[in-house]
Design a protein around this ligand. Sequence first.
Ligand SMILES: Nc1ncnc2c1ncn2[C@@H]1O[C@H](COP(=O)(O)OP(=O)(O)OP(=O)(O)O)[C@@H](O)[C@H]1O
Ligand SMILES: [Mg+2]
Length: 355
Amino acid sequence: MTEIRLANVTKTYAGGQTAVDAVDLTIHDGEFFVLLGPSGCGKSTTLRMIAGLEPISSGDLFIGERRMNEVDPKDRDLAFVFQNYALFPHLTVKGNLTFGMKLRGVPGPEQERRLAEVTAMLGLAPYLDRKPGQLSGGQRQRVALGRALLRDPVAFLLDEPLSNLDAKLRAQMRTELVKLHRRVARTIIHVTHDQIEAMTMADRICIMQDGKVAQVGAPMEVYRNPANTFVATFTGSPPMNLVPGRLEHGAVQFAGASLPVDVRASGGDVTVGFRPEDLSLVAAPARLPINAEVVAVETLGADAILVASLIGGQEVGMRVPADTALSPGQPIAVHLDPDRLRLFDPGSGKTLPRR
Ligand SMILES: Nc1ncnc2c1ncn2[C@@H]1O[C@H](COP(=O)(O)OP(=O)(O)OP(=O)(O)O)[C@@H](O)[C@H]1O
Ligand SMILES: [Mg+2]
């Protein structure tokens, strides 16, 4: 069992900047774990402390039973790909990829077999004889990823390994990484600011906000039940709609509508959250309609996002069929399933627990 565990881990840089603030995390053996969050929230710092490239200011890091704070990076048995993927400039792509296997004395035929596998997966066959200086950023990134994948570590630490790839290659690589993870059954800690990457690949996602853990959970759990408004709006595209409302006698009032809710809070001001796909257009005299007005319809191809203005002026996004023919200014009635509502404390942004 090689669980990776951070206990109350803090990183304060020399300038006094606290980049990671009292983080508790347990990454299970064999798990595809994604650290997700906006630029500057402390993802890379967290990963670099696990790798041993950045000293931990306070708290403890365990890999399995062993405390690792002072263990040299090379003795941690982790393979990493970092944002500034350093390749050996004087070696060819093939040389870069096989360097580690040579060092570890992997037999020739085995080296060739694994090289062929990773080369095919990453589409690197045409570049094997080139030097890193003769590659594009995305190609170099794939070589760095390939080099890590050719190791046999306790865990792979990947810092935005797909960031330099075009959309098509990135989608392809997401699938390849998931397949590879299933095959090798090793822990992967993958850092990204791309919520689609996190949603599609992770067993569990950790969302970071200002150096702290905002929420840890399975992708759909985080998506459906965000712990706070930050998580609610950092996931989904477009994100969760948030509008001000008021809780009274088991119902929430917002934008001229009143919907029953089941929360363990008595009353007062709340922030009402719902996802674009939880709204649907209805014929006017519907039960519990929300009245709104079309602002714009943005076609995405498979479907469209209708931007609607609610009573009170809040704009919300709703997912509608691509052939929705509505013009700006047109009045509409919208249905929202009360089960899909999420309520947040308007002060702290924290979710109000449901009954
Ligand atoms: N060597 C350093 N010295 C001082 N501050 C640093 C250092 N490295 C990072 N920071 C600061 O720590 C915070 C977290 O940085 P980090 O690189 O961990 O963020 P990140 O989540 O990986 O962001 P990105 O998505 O942009 O890569 C940032 O505010 C950053 O400016
Ligand atoms: Mg980073």
